[in-house]
Design a protein around this ligand. Structure first.
Ligand SMILES: Cc1cc2nc3c(=O)[nH]c(=O)nc-3n(C[C@H](O)[C@H](O)[C@H](O)COP(=O)(O)OP(=O)(O)OC[C@H]3O[C@@H](n4cnc5c(N)ncnc54)[C@H](O)[C@@H]3O)c2cc1C
Length: 448
């Protein structure tokens, strides 16, 4: 039996490590430095393409819990993060050269590991894998090379195959929205199927002065720079709000902030402008800002969006972004163990499954590696449960949320909801959620 991994990024390196620990042999195909992506600069495994932070270590945060869970599952990436740590307060920031070297040396010194320097342009068919007793993992990331990306498109049995762009609107914790400043209604009292409705959306009305101040803030905020390879690639159907504002101060009022078909029951009038929030999960713990994709820097998103009265104290579970990102419509393409519905010996891992971030990508590499080993040995594999952070992330990827599938980071909104106790602060509710997740994870470890 031979196991092949395509892509030696965060996910591919983590999957390789997990498989090697089980005693199986790994062949890792990495195209760098022979051929590269528009963002990578070296030929190193697990290169961090941008920031050197793996996010928070706080045990009372989703990223902190995720790291603890991964460490307990023998994560190479988190071990490397700890070995390469540089001071950064609560965050796990790393020296990127030490980080990559740690990973390279752990893998390269393993007797069952082989690295092949090549771009994989064609994957074997399901029959070929079976005949050759091979198993494959594709972990080629957001900048998957073009030839392989077009082959991956064939993995989808349905209509939505591969996405090449993120155009992500921010997601907000439901319990941080000031409901007094909102009203529930669908436009023209119709739900998304056109039937009469009490209101699928939370509406956040703005008066003229509030709208004008908001537009001024959007036009003067700070934005993430565009990468060269990303320029002028916006789709007209999902323009960032700042691009709309550049076209004129009223463009948003005729776009995602249009008040048409809405009456604010508190005033009896149509608002001057109106932002709609849509439920992001069935539990109703997360809401997304409809049509509010943006490249505003994260602290700026918090500052500018908090000008909307209902969002004064909003907690952002995911910030908006627009960037190049190749990812699958995973709920349609993947089984819950990350194997492909149309190619059962082929697994997909990392950012290309629809997670966002270094640690999240490695987490899916970890699970896909373990799940592959179990399947190759005809053993059963139990995914971590949904009330752990890694389990919630895995569940999101393979089952999706309510709307169109979009990439997701680790956040507490993915966990089953917890009622806030009387007088409980948001901070202590989060701590309680994290401690419940910790307990569930420990249970999982003791009865995997
Ligand atoms: C410009 C940019 C900036 C980002 N900034 C951040 C950030 O600051 N923080 C953060 O958490 N996340 C960031 N991300 C997301 C980040 O890319 C992922 O979090 C993470 O790197 C994904 O891990 P991965 O293993 O899935 O993919 P990658 O780490 O990208 O690894 C994929 C590997 O596959 C290789 N490959 C691709 N195609 C082939 C092929 N056909 N054959 C062989 N090898 C191939 C690539 O060379 C690469 O080494 C950024 C992404 C981009 C594009």
């Amino acid at each position: 039996m031979e196991i092949h991994i395509v892509g030696g990024g965060l996910a591919g390196a983590e999957a390789a490590w997990q498989i090697l620990q089980s005693g199986l042999t790994v062949v890792l195909h990495e195209m760098r430095p022979l051929s590269t992506t528009p963002a990578h600069k070296t030929g190193d495994l697990a290169e961090l393409v941008c920031s050197n932070s793996l996010k928070s270590l706080s045990p009372d945060s989703a990223p902190g819990r995720l790291k603890e869970e991964m460490l307990a599952l023998d994560s190479l990436i988190i071990a490397a993060g700890k070995a390469a740590q540089v001071p950064a307060g609560q965050a796990l920031a790393v020296d990127r050269a030490i980080f990559s070297n740690f990973i390279e040396s752990k893998l390269a010194s393993h007797p069952s590991f082989r690295r092949v320097g090549e771009e994989v342009t064609q994957l074997p068919s399901p029959d070929e894998m079976l005949a050759r007793d091979e198993w494959w993992i594709v972990a080629t990331g957001p900048l998957t090379s073009a030839a392989l990306a077009s082959q991956l498109e064939e993995l989808s049995p349905g209509h939505r195959r591969l996405y090449f762009y993120d155009a992500i609107a921010p997601v907000i914790a439901a319990d941080s929205i000031d409901l007094e400043q909102t009203f529930r209604a669908s436009r023209y009292d119709r739900d998304t199927d056109g039937a009469a409705s009490d209101g699928d959306y939370l509406n956040l009305p703005l008066d003229k002065a509030q709208y004008e101040a908001f537009i001024e803030a959007v036009s003067t905020a700070e934005y993430m720079p565009l990468h060269k390879f990303e320029e002028t690639r916006y789709f007209e159907a999902c323009l960032p709000i700042e691009v709309m504002v550049e076209r004129g101060p009223n463009t948003l009022r005729f776009g995602p902030m249009k008040p048409m078909g809405l009456t604010n029951p508190k005033t009896g009038h149509r608002p001057w402008a109106n932002l709609q929030l849509r439920m992001e999960n069935v539990e109703g713990t997360m809401y997304s800002m409809v049509g509010f994709q943006t490249k505003m820097k994260w602290p700026e998103q918090k500052r500018v969006f908090s000008m909307i009265p209902a969002l004064r104290d909003a907690e952002f579970l995911r910030f908006g972004s627009v960037h190049r990102n190749t990812y699958l419509n995973s709920p349609e393409v993947l089984n819950p163990d990350f194997s492909c519905k149309l190619s059962p010996r082929l697994f997909i891992a990392g950012q290309i499954t629809g997670v966002e971030g270094y640690t999240e990508s490695a987490a899916i590499g970890l699970l896909a590696g373990r799940a592959l080993v179990a399947k190759a040995r005809s053993e059963s594999f139990l995914m971590p449960p949904r009330d752990t952070v890694i389990g919630a992330l895995a569940h999101y990827v393979t089952h999706g949320g309510l709307g169109e599938f979009q990439p997701m980071n680790a956040n507490l909104g993915l966990l089953p909801p917890l009622e806030r106790q009387r007088g409980e602060s948001k901070v202590s509710k989060k701590a309680r959620q994290c401690s419940a997740a910790r307990e569930r994870f420990e249970e999982y470890l003791s009865h995997p």
